[in-house]
Design a protein around this ligand. Structure first.
Ligand code: B12
Length: 210
């Protein structure tokens, strides 16, 4: 039985060995607790973020936390994304917007979108609006999923929406924004079509668009 509180503490304290041991136990147990483990890991990341803000942790700790989280997602991956859907649902582009280097959340969303049957073009991190527009145009992609962790990167999302307008393509694409800083107000302010915090909610929205 997964102890979520302990897992959150272990992540927050950056205890690598115990962390992986707990996650491997989750998988040995059939992986049914993987979503709960993810919740605990994200709460642990929040603890790390707060310790960074208060000056107790440094950027090196954020980097280490990023590595631990990436490996954790790898361990839980099969249980998180489920079996790949055989029916193809459509094509979408995903990336972390310009100025933002965080990609763990984006990679989780991508893995879940692929499992849900989408063909996903991943442009990576720190992606300029022009590159997003160019790729969408060249590959005829109609769904754009933008990720960010930094409040500052919301401006890049706004610029990306504007770039589609400037290129006369705004009515040809649907734009979904995700990541901690986004909400309903930001979505309507920057003129995106939808927003989501949870990958599953994002998938549901994309499925409603195809
Ligand atoms: C790990 C980490 C890093 C690592 C990232 C490694 C990597 N490969 O991604 C590194 C070391 C690079 C880093 C750097 C920095 N970081 Co940092 N980082 C974090 C930390 C601790 C965890 C982020 C994370 O991976 N969370 C776990 C994932 C799974 O969650 P997630 O990203 O939210 O994604 C989920 C959802 O949001 C959603 N989602 C995400 N994207 C999308 C997209 C769509 C379409 C949908 C539907 C859903 C969706 O689904 C995901 C799965 O559930 C956070 C603290 C936190 N609480 O998040 C700080 C944090 C994000 N970082 C912060 C800061 C300040 C920085 C730096 C500026 C530090 C510095 N002085 O250099 C730099 C910025 C570099 C840059 N230009 O981007 C701040 C941001 C503050 C703000 N509001 O702007 C935070 C909040 C820490 C804090 N409290 O101060 N960081």
């Amino acid at each position: 039985m997964l102890d979520q509180k302990r897992l959150k503490e272990v992540m927050g304290d950056l205890k690598e060995e115990e962390l992986y041991a707990i996650l491997k136990d989750v998988m040995k147990d059939g992986g049914k607790d993987a979503p709960k483990a993810m919740d605990a890991l994200r709460e642990g990341m929040d603890v790390i973020g707060k310790l960074y803000e208060s000056g107790e942790y440094f950027v090196s700790d954020l980097i280490y936390a990023g590595e631990l989280m990436t490996e954790s997602v790898e361990i839980l991956r099969d249980a998180l994304v489920g079996p790949n859907s055989t029916t193809k649902k459509g094509k979408l582009l995903i990336c972390t917007v310009e100025g933002d280097l965080h990609d763990i959340g984006k990679n989780i969303v991508k893995a879940m979108m692929v499992a849900a049957g989408f063909e996903v073009v991943d442009l990576g991190i720190d992606v300029k609006p022009e590159e997003i527009v160019k790729t969408a145009k060249e590959q005829g992609i109609k769904i754009i999923a933008l990720s960010s962790c930094l409040t500052l990167a919301v401006e890049s999302m706004e610029k990306t929406v504007a770039a589609f307008k400037e290129n006369g393509m705004r009515d040809q694409v649907k734009i979904l924004i995700g990541g901690n800083p986004v909400n309903e107000a930001i979505c309507s302010y920057i003129g995106a079509d939808a927003w989501a915090h949870s990958p599953q909610q994002g998938i549901n929205t994309c499925q409603s668009w195809v």
